[in-house]
Design a protein around this ligand. Structure first.
Ligand code: MG
Length: 441
């Protein structure tokens, strides 16, 4: 029996529900529904005009309905009258295939045919900036190596504490908060979970950080590279596959503690990294972070080539510990659902084709990349990234041709819009278009 939201509203004293969904460009859309109407909405969904969002629809299409998932309910810790719900999109009674949460559920289902579940955790980095986005908020935060700076962290204690307290209250088991490698940049970590739950929490986390920053007179941004000379916002993901309570990635007999299955999954991600970088790095601004020159702090902390290693952060994939690996490609603009869906699709390819990732590299890739001219490079801009996705028959088959075509079509329109007035040049400062369209991603 699914949870009854009307009953929950009474017991938890929820007056309003946000029935939300994330569109293909990662924008969080909602309707605010009073509790007395939630019974009907739970059954039939909240109506939206799909064309008005970033979904491949026309103004002539029938209504689209967002049917909330009661298991995703989060009572806003800072405003208990409101309950947030992730939802799945339906049209004419059928799931909207080219919508992110439905795309992730499709991949989860494919993986479940092998009796496997993907668990993941994400490390969301963000900047606290001034209102117009022209600089960081803390003008005293100017060290050239500001990572883990205690004073700069504690000047933001009130905000960080409120976000962390909220995660404790919600049962996410947060365990650390720090100042990151760029001036004005922070990261907060909570426990890994099943990938759908992580995607829902990732979506809510971004909403929560932006909302609470506003409450404290600040502005938060997850934009991949808001400032040319500073390290960008990554969103590294830690990945493992499970069968019940057994971690199928764990093999204590291996030098890094990974099983054959894990290496095949990892191999699939390496094989498809170029094509899927558009899901992991989906904005024009993303490609200022990838293949970037070293920053003021000494390292960009983002990959440029497709390589893996043991516990070495200069490679695209790092194995920090037995039983999991970390994919360091994603940035702050990654759509939380497509991030997870992309990992499963690529990993499944690896399982089905027994992909061999080859020998790991142990070098410092930031300085030694010239010694590895034959390594595949990550795409240099969004256009190239889209082309790679468009050419990848395996990934198209995995998601469905129509789904990928819809995504590519919308993204190409976005690129066209950018080039009307701008030119993408990594040597030049971040454009106004990028700021207008990415600061609130
Ligand atoms: Mg980090």
């Amino acid at each position: 029996m699914p949870k009854n939201l009307s009953t929950i509203a009474k017991t938890k004293k929820i007056k309003y529900f946000l029935i939300s969904f994330v569109d293909l460009f990662g924008v969080l859309r909602s309707k605010l529904v009073p509790a007395q109407a939630i019974g009907d909405m739970q059954k039939n969904g909240a109506g939206f005009a799909g064309f008005a969002t970033w979904l491949d629809m026309t103004p002539a299409d029938t209504d689209m309905f967002a049917i909330p998932d009661p298991d995703s309910l989060i009572q806003l810790p800072w405003n208990k009258e409101v309950g947030w719900l992730a939802s799945d999109l339906f049209m004419d009674g059928k799931p909207v295939k080219a919508s992110p949460r439905v795309m992730l559920k499709h991949q989860i289902k494919q993986l479940s045919k092998k009796n496997l579940v993907m668990k993941s955790g994400v490390e969301c980095e963000y900047f606290l900036i001034n209102q117009d986005g022209s600089g960081i908020a803390d003008t005293r935060d100017i060290q050239s190596k500001p990572c883990y700076d205690q004073s700069a962290l504690m000047r933001r204690y009130d905000l960080i504490k409120e976000i962390c307290d909220s995660m404790i209250e919600l049962g996410w088991s947060p365990y650390q908060n720090d100042h990151e490698d760029a001036n004005g940049q922070f990261e907060m970590n909570w426990d890994f979970s099943d990938c759908l739950k992580t995607a829902d929490r990732h979506t809510f986390f971004k909403f929560m950080v932006k909302t609470l920053a506003e409450k404290h007179g600040l502005r938060a941004t997850f934009m991949p590279k808001p400032f040319q000379n500073l390290t960008g916002n990554g969103c590294h993901a830690h990945i493992s596959l499970w069968n019940g309570k057994t971690n199928k990635f764990l093999d204590n007999g291996d030098r890094f503690g990974l099983s054959h299955l894990a290496y095949n999954f990892l191999g699939g991600i390496m094989k498809n990294a170029e094509s899927l970088s558009v899901f992991f790095n989906p904005t024009i601004n993303s490609y200022r972070r990838i293949n970037a020159p070293p920053t003021k702090s000494g390292a960009s902390w983002s990959p440029s080539s497709i390589s893996y290693s043991g516990n070495n952060r200069t490679h695209m994939i790092r194995i920090p510990d037995a039983g999991r690996f970390e994919l360091r490609l994603m940035d702050g603009s990654a759509n939380p659902y497509l991030l997870q869906a992309g990992v499963i699709a690529a990993g499944l390819y690896g399982l089905n084709n027994k992909s061999d990732p080859g020998e790991p590299l142990t070098c410092n890739m930031y300085t030694d990349y010239k010694n590895y001219p034959n390594l595949a490079k990550l795409p240099d801009d969004l256009e190239e990234s889209l082309e790679k996705l468009d050419e990848n028959k395996d990934i198209k088959d995995s998601f469905g041709n129509e789904v990928i075509n819809s995504y590519v079509k919308l993204k190409r329109e976005e690129i066209k819009d950018f080039y009307q007035d701008e030119v993408f040049d990594k040597e030049k400062p971040v454009t106004e278009w990028e700021k207008d369209n990415t600061l609130d991603c």
